[in-house]
Design a protein around this ligand. Structure first.
Ligand code: NAP
Length: 289
C-alpha cells in the first residue's frame, strides 16, 4: 500500500480529495491540515515522510488570497514558492511522486487561443508570480512530478464563486460581474477525481511511463465570469438582477483570457473531462438551494 500525503487538506481541493477518495487495495491517503503539517517547515515534511513512508504527495497547500497577496508578498511567496520548493526537494530525495497544483494566473498576455503548458508565462499579480516561482522550483528540484494548472475552482461547499453567487442571488438586488475576463470554470470534485485517477494509473502502470511535466486541467468549455454567474443565478428562483461590468471598472490585475489547452492532459492520462455546464448542473443538485 502506498501512502499519499495531501497537504493543505482543509482547503477547497483538499476537502474534495477527501470526498472523492474511494478505498482501494493500493493507496492509503494521509490528509494533513496546515496545523498538522506546515509546508514552509522542511523538518516537519521530512518527519512526516519518514513516519508514514510517503510515496505520493498532492500539494494543495497554498496562499490563495489574490487581492491580499499584493500587500503580503512575503507570506504568499513563503508558501507558494519556498514551501513548494521544500516539498520538491524532499520528494526527489525520497523517490516520491509530487503533484503540485498551480494556476492559470501564471499567464498574463492575451494570446486569443487556449494556452498550452509550455507557452510563456507572464503573471500580472503577486499571487501569479508566487505560483510561477513555485512551479519553477518544483520543475528544478523534483524528479517525478506533475504540475497541474487549474482555474476558477468552485464547489457546493465552502467559500468560492459558486457559493458566493448563490448567497448574493438569494439576498436579491443587483449583482455586477465582469464580462471581459474569459476562462473555464472547474468543478473541484472533477479535478480531485482526476488526480486520484492519475495516481491509480501510475500506481498500477506496470512499466508504462507518464511523463513528468506541466499539465492543464479545467472543465471543458469557455465562459466569462458574467456567463458563469448567469448560469448560476438563473438556475433557481430568486429576485436578483445580473449586470455586466468591465475589468477596468473594478481595477483587478487578472488575465483577460486564460483558457487552458488540455490536449496533453487528455492524451497522456486518457481521462475524460466534463463540460463546465454539465458539472455545474451536478453542483447545483448537490447544493442546498
Ligand atoms: N481556488 C481557485 O480558484 C484556484 C484556481 C487555480 C488554482 N488554484 C490552486 O489550487 C490549489 C488549491 O486551492 P484551494 O482553492 O483548495 O485553496 P484553499 O481553499 O485556500 O486551500 C489552501 C489550503 O492550504 C492551507 N495552507 C496555507 N498555508 C499553508 C502552509 N504553510 N502549510 C500547509 N498548509 C497551508 C490553507 O490553510 P489556511 O486557510 O488555514 O491558511 C488552506 O487550508 C492551490 O495551489 C491554488 O493555488 C486554485
Amino acid at each position: 500500500m502506498a501512502t499519499v500525503l495531501v497537504t493543505g487538506s482543509e482547503g477547497q481541493l483538499g476537502r474534495a480529495l477527501q470526498a472523492t477518495f474511494t478505498t482501494n487495495s493500493f493507496l492509503v491517503p494521509l490528509f494533513c491540515t496546515k496545523a498538522m503539517l506546515d509546508i514552509t517547515a522542511p523538518d516537519q515534511i521530512a518527519a512526516c515522510i519518514k513516519a508514514h513512508g510517503v510515496q505520493y504527495i498532492i500539494n494543495c497547500a497554498a496562499y490563495t488570497n489574490v487581492e491580499a497577496a499584493e500587500q503580503e508578498r512575503e507570506s504568499c511567496f513563503k508558501v507558494n514558492s519556498i514551501g513548494a520548493g521544500h516539498l520538491a526537494a524532499l520528494a526527489a530525495k525520497h523517490g516520491i511522486v509530487l503533484f503540485h497544483i498551480s494556476t492559470d494566473y501564471v499567464f498574463g498576455a492575451t494570446t486569443g487561443r487556449p494556452l498550452r503548458p509550455n507557452d510563456p508565462t507572464d503573471p500580472l499579480n503577486a499571487y501569479g508570480q508566487s505560483k510561477r516561482a513555485g512551479e519553477q522550483l518544483v520543475a528544478e528540484r523534483a524528479t517525478h512530478f506533475y504540475i497541474i494548472r487549474t482555474a476558477w475552482l468552485y464547489g457546493a461547499q465552502g467559500s468560492n464563486f459558486f457559493t458566493k453567487m448563490v448567497a448574493l442571488a438569494q439576498q436579491g438586488g443587483t449583482i455586477q460581474m465582469v464580462d471581459d475576463q474569459i476562462g473555464s470554470p472547474t468543478y473541484v470534485y472533477d479535478l480531485a477525481a482526476a488526480i486520484w485517477k492519475i495516481i491509480e494509473k501510475i500506481a498500477t502502470a506496470h512499466g508504462k511511463d507518464y511523463l513528468s511535466g506541466i499539465y492543464h486541467y479545467t472543465n471543458e468549455g469557455v465562459a466569462s465570469w458574467y456567463d458563469f454567474a448567469y448560469a448560476i443565478v438563473t438556475a433557481f428562483p430568486n429576485n436578483c438582477t445580473l449586470m455586466p461590468l468591465s475589468s477596468a471598472e473594478v481595477g483587478l490585475k487578472r488575465p483577460y483570457y486564460s483558457v487552458l489547452n488540455k490536449s496533453s492532459f487528455r492524451e497522456v492520462f486518457q481521462i475524460k473531462i466534463p463540460h463546465w455546464k454539465d458539472s455545474l448542473a451536478i453542483c447545483l443538485k448537490q447544493s442546498n438551494i
